[in-house]
Design a protein around this ligand. Sequence first.
Ligand SMILES: Nc1ncnc2c1ncn2[C@@H]1O[C@H](COP(=O)(O)OP(=O)(O)O)[C@@H](O)[C@H]1O
Ligand SMILES: [Mg+2]
Length: 542
Amino acid sequence: MHKTIRQIKNPKNLQLQSVIDGLEDELIVIDKDSHIVQANRAFYSRHQIESSEVIGKYCYDVSHGLPELCKPPRHECPINNVWKTGKPARATHMHIYDIADKEQRRYLDIIAAPIFDNDGNVTHIVELLRDVSEAKRLGLEINEAHQNLLALNKITNVVSQTLDLETVLSTALDKSLEMLKADTGGIMLWDENAQRYRYDVHRGLSPQYITEMTCRAGEGITGIVAKTGKSILLKDISRDKRAVHPELIKLEGLKSFVSVPLAVKDKILGVLNISSRGAGEFTSQDIELLSNIGSQVAIAIENARLHQEVQQQDRIRGELLNQLYSIQEEERKRIARELHDETTQSLAALAANLEAILLNPALVDKELKVKLKSLQNLAVSTIDGAHKLIYELRPTMLDDLGLVSAVRAFAKQEFKKANIVLNLKIIGKEKRLSPSLENTLYRVIQEAINNITRHSHANQCDVTIEYKRKTIHVSIVDNGQGFNVRETFNLHDGLKGLGILGMRERIELMNGSLDINSRLNSEGTSINIEIPIKNGGENGQD
Ligand SMILES: Nc1ncnc2c1ncn2[C@@H]1O[C@H](COP(=O)(O)OP(=O)(O)O)[C@@H](O)[C@H]1O
Ligand SMILES: [Mg+2]
């Protein structure tokens, strides 16, 4: 039979009982044998039991249905300390209840305080229990949200700063492992060639696992995640029937497993897997965190891939342009040769024959003589025209004498026609550059000069060619009417601006830069070109 404490039987204590019944918090008084000797209304109503089911029962039995005092790892019982030290103790306990078949957790703040007898001995302990579940839940939620934000922020910062796929994947994996306090995992992406998902980056997995662990969509845990776009959390993957290659998983010793999709809009790019060799180590919070990471990473992967594609297309475009320009040069050379070898030769023969006829004394018809003479003159001037054309098509001077001579000859000839004064300045010692670089520079300067004679209304032009140690710098400055550079290229008029566009393309293919400074109705136009020279003229593109 249980003992009751004497004090509560007198009227004062009855008054005390009504005071403690008025408390919102639960209160119980426990004796040395852990029997509950007094409780308040709040306690009865929470447990939904009568006083007869409480008074005289063991506190651990009533509170937790346990056969003995609470002890770690479950809970440290605060009353042990009170008996030992005679001082109050505090603890927060989690109580698990089945309410309507649903597991519910309650957190109770417990303050246990001693009750002394007249000799100063602890005879009983009073326990005050306050329900802090709501505060705890809110605290946990806030903390979790905070952790999620921190983690996401960290990942987003790192992965959004790079467009390199390799770096995106490695960083994402390392950060995910760090946050889940795990050391095993990887990112599987779809391999077009193999038509399977396979590991692109991984940590803590054996080479055999990496090579053999591949799957199709819908196949195995990863395949299911990739197909459904839904994350999977497993306490122990080695016991999961859906896993492909179970022997590999067993060999690897994997147990806890969490797998989240890497999806952008409706497209699933792959899967992020984190695992551990202990069972049940990940929680639903982890999966939520990882899912958030997954969406960030997927965007970064998509960006990196798009960037790769653009770069690849840029490379192809560059190669095509290069080919195009060299085909163009070859074609010009061929036409120039044909014009020289065939057309001008035939015209020369024609002129010589006409001369012979004219010198023939048998030819007496004056009118015919005049006609033949004008035909001969036409043949000669056509030869001149053809020679000019040949030169424009392929300035032999560029091959024979180099850039400066070819530019000087061309500029002089063009500016003379347009009444523009040329001021050509060479800084540094002229040296021969690679044929493709000399050709690029010549064609670019040729276009700039043509633009000046055609559009600028200038009467003066300064052309400066400066040979530096590692670069060649060309500036072409006219004092004409100028033009609105941005507008010219914003017109979206297919044919306008093709000349300058071509200049830019050619220069970029040589890893150089083009800078055009001009404003309509201002001081004119200045063009600056800088192209690197490699080892005495050998350019990188050769
Ligand atoms: N030196 C210049 N002075 C004035 N306007 C220029 C000059 N260079 C180019 N422009 C303007 O820029 C436009 C685009 O030039 P470009 O790309 O070479 O094409 P195009 O010469 O075939 O018109 C020209 O039509 C002209 O209006
Ligand atoms: Mg032009």
